[in-house]
Design a protein around this ligand. Sequence first.
Ligand code: PFF
Length: 454
Amino acid sequence: MQTSSIHGMWSSRLAFILAATGSAVGLGNIWRFPYITSENGGGAFVLIYLLCILAVGLPIMFSEIVIGRRGRMSPINSIRELSDDAKATRAWMGLGFLGVIAGFIILSFYSVVAGWTLHYGFAYLKELVGMGAPITDPGETFENLLASAGELTFWHGLFMLMTVGVVAFGVEKGLERAVTILMPLLFVLLLILLGYGMNTGSFQEAVGFLFRPDWSQVSGPMIVTAMGQAFFTLSLGMCAIMTYGAYLPSDVNIPKVGTTVAISDTVVALIAGLAIFPIVISFGIDPGSGGAGLIFTSLPLAFSEMPFGIAYGMAFFLLLSVAAWTSAISLMEPATAYLVEATDLSRKAAALCVAAFAWMLGLATVFSFNIWSEVSIGGKSIMDALDYVAADVMLPIGGLLTALFAGWVLSKKITREELDEKMPDWAFNAWLWLTRIVTPALILVVLASLLGIL
Ligand code: PFF
């Protein structure tokens, strides 16, 4: 059994928790969760999403960390080794390749949206130092940004450079340092925004929208979206958490750290929702109107009224960029680790290749808002189509394969050793049968509804 990885190791249990939470908490919680909740009618969607976190997300979170730590390499090679050891087919490596492809697609549009947050952060900074005009009509400001391919490309490029800058320096020096300082700060800002939301007078209504289920809204596509969001927000299904698991010291208890990460991520999403929807409602925006611009068009309205709103707006969007940054790092890491193992490239060169490719792919998202805005793939814009294919289709398929691999290919001896040797039988068996049967079955049912079979 390998006890360390050639790519480096987390220095402690806390370092892993911060890094994995840094991966999980990002635009998925603060940008994507509110806007797709809004598009899917609120309460019922949120409850199904929470159910998916519990019944699908948690068992797969454990599985990914187990596979990663046992293999100690990039997902593709960890899976190859573990398949060989178990005398199973190497076709399982397909799971690793699927993850790498999903990672490229997600990173490509993720970086564009992170570019929006950078743009907003700097716009507030300029306003603060008296060099920029205030955002008076947030809707128009957002539209103008999307209309400018040049600006979008610039911010997308800057964000990609920031990400490659960290990944190039490797696990201890790069990733760990970035997450330890900045994640707690974002949480504090969210709590302040929550305090503001509670005082808007629309808090009750927002709570109702988020948690009072209207079951008539439930449909196949809505469940697909809820499950996709559970995967996306927990960074599961594309071997990112598996990659981080490879750098986890052997004595760390996987169920404990996995649960901590899942709970932290869920709490952040719910707080983000509770902070954002009161603002949306109190400014007369229909909470069901949705759209990827939701936070960019609603929050500036609040910032323009709050005391110190400009400074706050700046801090909020810059810290959101940081949250996106720590997630993007984990989107880039699996492919980079694989290139380092499979080629003669140094870590720096490998990370640069991954970033360059993802940046180019991201141009399709950039253009989907302006010069290619007419292009529609199955009724969706290019960005929505990329997001849909990666998050709602590829991640669940990746999750399904991960669960089956951990549950059926790895021996019970191995999984038990990795999870926690002292775990009571009932707890181990609960994980095992969830992972073997229940979770895969749930994913299959949802995927079947996607294909119109159910
Ligand atoms: N979990 C991240 C978020 O919620 O913003 C996005 C993400 C990161 C998805 C890493 C997938 C991944 F592997």
